[in-house]
Ligand binder design. Sequence first.
Ligand code: SF4
Length: 379
Amino acid sequence: MKSTRFDRIPAALQKHIHQRLGTWFDQHKRPMLWRNTHDPYAVWLSEVMLQQTQVATVTPYYARFLQQFPDIHALAAAPLDEILKIWAGLGYYRRAKSMHQAAQIIASTYHGIFPSTYDNMLKLPGIGRYTAGAIASIAFHETVPVLDGNVMRVLARLLLIRDNIATSQTQKRLWQIAEALVPQTNPGDFNQAMMELGATVCTPKHPRCESCPLKSFCMARQRNMQNQLPVKQRKAPTPHIEMAAVVINSPQGQLLAQRKAGGLWEHLWEFPAFELSRRNAAAASQQLFNLTGLNIKLKRLTESVTHQLTHRHLEYTIFVGTSKSKRNPLLTTALALHYESIRWISDMSDVPKSRLTEKISALSINRQQIPAAKPPAAK
Ligand code: SF4
């Protein structure tokens, strides 16, 4: 489809958009804990937690996090494990690690005072263009835009942008439009209003155009094309990967492994897991022996757990076993590709872990098992 170029929005029209959207936002914004503050630390926390995560999920995490780490100094001084424990279940754990690193930089470089400019925020780990724009406009009233999925959708429909919004070229164009549109007065409210409109009215499916404050300016609505925009590239099918998660109890505790830095679930503890194409207890026992040197008879649970990542669909078959030996597991080279440590842990609540691990733990208790396989012959 050809694009309709309408990137220079006339000043008079911009003014109408600001007025209509501002009035609508005052009347219709959803109450949220972080809307009562201009504290950059709290705004930062809310924006980071809201990335890829629903408002309802974030709300209790936000409150607990602020209670435990009320300011930059508290966050900077906390051990990463404590932060990950509060974050556990929220997913995308690298966000928490980056916040910790950024808090330490702010504590040491800026005496614990959040940098007040968009440009300085961008120098901090984990703060990109969107997050810096949100904090700078909401907490410091700097005239900078935000562009998330909601704003992209509103702009694409409002201005009848028919290009694929997933391309860097269109993204660049949308940033330029957002930058030109953000007002000097109350830029933070305007940015929040655009996001709120996309989240509650200009929704991906069945936008409620009749209730939209921008309906009289909307080019997609005029052409009845709102359901065809924005154009997004069709995604390649997500690969499905079969995994085995091994839950082993022993007198020393449960066998847990800590994920390596730089990858998925970094620094979190989990039941050792590995790819396994055969859902077979003998194959799982053999692989466990190969990876850890532990020779343990495993049983397969009938129920499995699925976990959807951005680019992969993981399905975990759960195997359970008991070890009476006091032998410690080995961190073999193959295991060390994903884990930095593996050991018996007497109390799982002592370590940070993902919601997936908690789910596997719950399933491993009192669930139906498929008969045991023989342990592999020791090498
Ligand atoms: S009129 Fe409809 S399509 Fe246009 S911005 Fe409003 S909700 Fe979105």
